[in-house]
Design a protein around this ligand. Sequence first.
Ligand code: SF4
Length: 166
Amino acid sequence: MDATAYLRALRERVEAHFSAAAEREGANMACRAGCSQCCHAKFGVFEVEAQPIRVALAELEQTDPGKRQRIAKQARDQTLPHCALLVDNQCAVYAQRPLICRSQGLPLVVERAGKAQVDHCPLNFASEPPHRHSLMVLDNLNKPLAVLAQLDNSGGERVALADLAR
Ligand code: SF4
């Protein structure tokens, strides 16, 4: 299996987890089309995720050059409060969005100072805590992604999404 196939398998795993959590949690998760709360952040990605985004942006240049120019302008704006790839509250590269974006909205188990904590969007789980089966251990996503990043000979450096968008 090559890196692209591994990435696809990881994406499918996260999306299956997200779908199951959304069904289980119902109204306890506020995630919906048009909400871009989790895009008010600036992420970086490994080359294995950067390349499909470059391809998507090159395709956009052909199909919607106006939108592509808008993204490039956003990427140059240091004061932009959200991801440069967010246009009219929609991700311009949705099909190729990074794994970190696919996991947003889930209750994520992260380790801080040796203690496991649950992080989630403030719009979610406002009325009751998430079911334990909805939790996703972030390391279970980050560790295989870091291995993939080592395999593609890019040195494991992260590329800012804003740099891809310029
Ligand atoms: S890549 Fe797309 S989904 Fe991820 S933060 Fe940017 S706009 Fe949002």
